[in-house]
Design a protein. Structure first.
Length: 165
């Protein structure tokens, strides 16, 4: 497999990337349960509606800043190698893609925030990316479809945690 390097990012990328999508999801379970799932060995690959074919942590526990993993993204056959640059135990994490097997993007990052919300949890997922120069116009054109596709995250989270009260 051939790997293509992506540029590292920091938290400012979630404010000023060309394409940013936020998905707040209210879940009927305590924050500890949400955190346990998103930081587990299977993490999001356990969410049937999300269809993450494979997720492999490539760093030993305990996880923290500079933890790495490799993920096959849903519906795209794209594999990314990720590096965590924020890890707030029990509260959330952020990572960027260091490399990908397809040369589509030059920056890609995700942010997860887990917050108490009444008797449940507010999980906010943010995805931010910038396509490679030759693909930027196409990325803008297809963004409405991408927004809907990324919306699968919210539906999958609700389904996953509704089945685990």
């Amino acid at each position: 497999m051939s790997w293509h390097a992506l540029e590292p990012v920091d938290e400012s990328f979630f404010r000023n990337a060309p394409i940013v999508h936020r998905y707040p999801v209210k879940l009927p379970v305590p924050p500890e349960q949400v955190w346990a799932q998103i930081s587990s060995d299977e993490s999001l690959s356990a969410w049937r509606g999300l269809r993450v074919p494979r997720l492999t942590w490539t760093s030993p526990r305990p996880f923290g800043v500079d933890t790495t993993r490799e993920v096959v993204l849903p519906l795209s056959a794209m594999t990314v190698r990720e590096r965590f640059f924020r890890w707030d135990e029990g509260k959330g994490y952020s990572f960027y893609a260091e490399s990908a097997n397809r040369p589509l993007l030059d920056r890609f990052a995700e942010d997860y925030v887990v917050e108490p919300d009444g008797d449940g949890t507010l999980l906010t997922w943010t995805i931010a990316f910038r396509a490679r120069p030759a693909l930027r116009a196409a990325a803008k054109l297809t963004d409405p479809l991408n927004r809907r596709g990324f919306g699968l995250f919210a539906r999958a989270a609700k389904q996953h945690f509704a089945a685990r009260p």
